[in-house]
Ligand binder design. Structure first.
Ligand SMILES: *Cc1c(COP(=O)(O)O)cnc(C)c1O
Length: 374
């Protein structure tokens, strides 16, 4: 990391603005920007349903931008094509901790005087030309649910860089209240189970269990199907108080711990990868990723994932649709039009990702690379 990058990254501290989820932070930013019905917000395909949900909760319409060839982040060329007179903001996602072409996005946005919001749900420490992600746009948002670099249970936070926007967020924050205590109990139990069990060896068991319980409404899942004009209670709430206390106490230290572990494990994956077995997605020049998960593009995704499941070792298949986890018949719910982002539709068939969190050891890396290199 450059000297500048270290300085920027080390200045990372807990945000005063925390929310029930990451998508609620996005919603808060959009509302504070005055965005609502009749407006469009550009965001990339190859994302999680949380993003269009946040946009639609504000009353606006998501417009999906395609990926760069070979990459997992938005194509600045396609962004230009998708802007209309109704576009009021650009959401730029730094997928898996790989910095997007934020320089080009910022110059497109300034030509059009559009605010940029950075989706930093996969990254706290990655930099672009030495500057920490999350500090380029008017604001940024993060998430603390399962699979993110810092797991609290559920939760989100925002950083606000634009002083005027910060003033409006300050005013608006009073309108968000604490979630009901029943939520806290549910999330606390989930957290205890995950903390006790989660490792690359228990991934499949937990994933299957979580999915079943989530369908039964017994755990906090991450998908709330919503119709137009409806808004879930989640969008009125701050972070759960118990989680917020952990966040204040542990955030800075846990980001540093994740960053160094992820760098070490990612280097081991990279060293263990046989050429030709898989491809590493595009990383733009000047970008220093910190991988939330180590992404690989493979020729036979279904076979690799089922091999990993047989071997009982963690390989994730997300995103498996352009707006994860929505299946094609659900795409119209979030205004995603089939065929509108061909690169994203190709990438969902190629992507797998390997874990980089604290419990991943070199033994797991070895086992995983054996499966990948086959
Ligand atoms: C997890 C995630 C979010 C937000 O998730 P919440 O469940 O709302 O906390 C947003 N964007 C991306 C890319 C994510 O992976």
């Amino acid at each position: 990391m450059t000297t500048n990058g270290t300085l920027q990254a080390d200045s990372l501290s807990p945000s005063p603005f925390t929310y029930y989820r990451g998508r609620v932070g996005l919603y808060a930013l959009l509302k504070a920007l005055g965005i609502g019905p009749g407006d469009e917000v550009a965001t990339q395909a190859f994302t999680c349903v949380a993003v269009p949900e946040g946009i639609m909760a504000a009353g606006a319409r998501p417009v999906f931008v395609d990926l760069e060839p070979g990459g997992l982040n938005l194509s600045p060329d396609d962004l230009r094509r998708k802007l209309t007179p109704r576009t009021k903001a650009i959401v730029v996602q730094h997928t898996f901790g790989i910095p997007a072409r934020i320089d080009l996005v910022m110059s497109i946005s300034s030509e059009r005087s559009l605010p940029v919001l950075e989706d930093c749900c996969h990254t706290h420490h990655a930099t672009f030309h030495g500057q920490r992600l999350g500090t380029f746009g008017a604001g940024s948002f993060c998430s603390y649910e399962w699979g993110k670099p810092v797991v609290l249970g559920v939760g989100g936070s925002i950083e606000v860089n634009d002083p005027e926007l910060r003033h409006r967020i300050d005013e608006q924050y009073r309108k968000f209240s604490a979630p009901p205590p029943a939520r806290a109990i549910k999330v606390a139990i989930q957290k205890i189970v995950f903390d006790a069990l989660l490792s690359p060896r228990t991934y499949w068991m937990l994933k299957d269990g979580f999915r079943r319980l989530s369908r039964a409404g017994m755990v906090e899942g991450n998908y709330h199907p919503m119709g137009e004009g409806k808004i879930s209670d989640d969008f009125r709430w701050r972070m759960l108080p118990a989680l917020e206390r952990n966040y204040r106490r542990e955030f800075t230290q846990r980001v540093s711990a994740f960053t160094s572990h992820s760098r070490w494990i990612s280097a081991a994956y990279s060293a263990g990868l046989h050429s030709g077995a898989a491809q590493i997605p595009l990383v733009p020049a000047g970008a220093e990723p910190v991988y939330a998960r180590y992404p690989l593009l493979v020729a036979d995704k279904a076979r690799l994932v089922s091999r990993a499941r047989e071997q009982g070792i963690e390989v994730s298949d997300w995103y498996s649709t352009p707006v994860h986890p929505l299946v094609e018949s659900e795409w119209p719910l979030v205004h995603y039009e089939a065929g509108s982002c061909p690169e994203a539709e190709i990438r969902v068939g190629q992507i797998v990702s390997l874990p980089t969190y604290g419990r991943v050891t070199l033994k797991h890396v070895e086992k995983l690379m054996t499966v990948v290199n086959e």
